[in-house]
Design a protein around this ligand. Structure first.
Ligand code: PHE
Length: 480
């Protein structure tokens, strides 16, 4: 802990493995399984993937390390950790502002994240029912949703959006599970969940990918994901890739700082950050290799957009052997990934409120979770009956977006990059250099590389995303 820290956490991971699994669990989520394939599909595949991987290495990794090290050095929630490090560095405590931004970002991301995770639970229900009816019919290896037409399958999503009680019920269920786990604490809740969910997730991921490789059009998927067509590299694609890298690695949203505060002194942070980044990117790419063979085999459009996973995949599962079982497993896998991420999203604001108000962990988790839940209901309603409600009508980029898209856009385009930018300036330029260097556990060339990336590459690149996110007309001007 840095000298002068007054507040602090008494909780901690019971092992390095526990921390790595929890942090990988935070990173791997709907961002990898739902958003990454969607964006790669829409932006022409390989070109997007190439830029994305570049962003992860040059910007994501140094920022992951920066956030974890602030947490471990500050030994508290996101706000107090930044303040403690600022104090120890002899600079203004006003730097805690980005700790605030991160907590606010986590709060709002979870509001819509939980709604999407609710869709996942709904699809688990659909697939479970289908699997049992396949079993009942004595055909356990048949395709998914055998009796339905493609229109019926695609129609489910719209019908779910209109079905407000169902949508809210699924969101409720997901939030209850998330809160229930966070309320148990770091070792008894978060860590136990990660130690079970992450290994189960990886087993399912490998299984379904192998299945797709054998039954789907694997060659075409590989070609799609790894042959970059550089003519597709427009500024909006680069911008999108950078934003996605931040979101996917859980940057700018308090999760990594908060988890960092629970890491023991003898864990080397540099290599650990590398593992988190590697696992997160690996899962995103494997998710592509899992989803696109199935999509191509069914002759569907890879650029299906946000409904790729929820509409295209079920149609694809219909045409595949054992699709009914694999479809079910697929949505269970997505659910596991979403849950470990939502836990980390709730933990950031919870850790802060617990320190700030002196409440017990369990009380804090329930109160904070309930507030998020209520805003989440507004996100859910904005998919149908509240679709005309505008949160920021005076701001042109959000003027015609519903509540869901406004919160998603505001956090992703404004809050995350702002915090990431400030983190880079703070760690790269303002925080005590000896303290930072010692926390990284890096030496020689890798330390020099880290310092260069965090001080120069991150602020410039992230500053650009921010600028283009706020003034999209600049992008249009550049791309002609
Ligand atoms: N990284 C998670 C995902 O890819 C989402 C997330 C963002 C989790 C920010 C925690 C903090 O789904």
């Amino acid at each position: 802990m840095v000298a002068g820290a007054q507040t602090g956490t008494t909780e901690g991971w019971s092992s390095r493995t526990a921390f790595v699994l929890a942090a990988v669990g935070a990173a791997v989520g709907l961002g990898n399984l739902w958003r990454f394939p969607t964006l790669a599909g829409e932006s022409g595949g390989g070109a997007f993937v190439a830029v994305y991987v570049g962003c992860v290495i040059l910007i994501g990794l140094p920022l992951v390390l920066s956030e974890i090290l602030i947490g471990r050095a500050g030994r508290s929630d996101a706000v107090d950790s930044v303040r403690n490090v600022a104090k120890a560095s002899g600079i203004s405590e006003k730097w805690q502002i980005f700790g605030w931004f991160e907590i606010i970002a986590a709060f709002f991301i979870l509001t819509f994240y939980s709604v999407v995770a609710g869709w996942v639970i709904y699809y688990i229900g659909v697939m479970l029912g289908d699997f049992f009816s396949a079993l009942g019919a004595g055909e356990p290896l048949r395709g998914a949703l055998a009796g339905e037409t493609s229109e019926q399958i695609t129609g489910r999503m719209g019908a779910l959006f209109e079905n407000v009680p169902m949508l809210v019920a699924m969101h409720t269920l997901f939030m209850l599970i998330t809160i229930g786990i966070v309320a148990q604490g770091v070792t008894d809740g978060i860590e136990k969940a990660a130690m079970f969910l992450m290994p189960a997730f990886f087993v399912l991921l490998v299984l379904i990918t192998i299945y797709g490789a054998f039954t789907g059009d694997f060659g075409r998927a590989v070609e799609f994901l790894f042959t970059p067509d550089f003519s597709k590299l427009t500024p909006p694609v680069i911008n999108e890739a950078l934003g996605q890298a931040l979101f996917s690695m859980s940057l700018g949203s308090a999760a990594l700082m908060t988890y960092g505060a629970y890491v023991s002194r003898d864990t080397k942070l540099g290599p650990t950050a590398g593992m988190i980044g590697f696992a997160d990117t690996g899962v995103a790419i494997i998710a592509g290799l899992m989803i696109f063979p199935i999509v191509f085999a069914a002759g569907l459009d890879p650029a299906g957009g946000p409904t790729l996973v929820f509409q295209s995949l079920p149609i694809a599962f219909q045409n595949m052997p054992a699709g009914s079982l694999i479809g079910l497993l697929f949505f269970v896998l997505v659910f596991f990934a979403a849950l470990t991420s939502s836990i980390s999203l709730l933990e950031g604001p919870t850790a802060w409120a617990k320190e700030a108000f002196g409440w017990s962990r369990s009380k804090t988790a329930w109160i904070v979770g309930l507030c998020i839940y209520v805003v989440g209901i507004a996100c859910a309603l904005s998919l149908s009956i509240w679709s005309d409600v505008r949160l920021l009508p005076f701001w042109d980029i959000f003027a015609d977006q519903n509540i869901f898209d406004t919160i998603d856009g505001f956090t992703g385009k404004i809050l995350l990059p702002t915090s990431a930018f400030l983190t880079a300036i703070f760690v790269g330029w303002r925080a005590d250099r000896k303290l930072v260097d010692a926390e990284t556990g890096l030496q020689g060339g890798t330390l020099a590389a880290f310092r260069f990336l965090v001080a120069w590459v991150c602020p410039i690149a992230v500053g650009l995303i921010l600028l283009f996110g706020i003034f999209p007309e600049l992008l249009t001007a550049i791309s002609g």
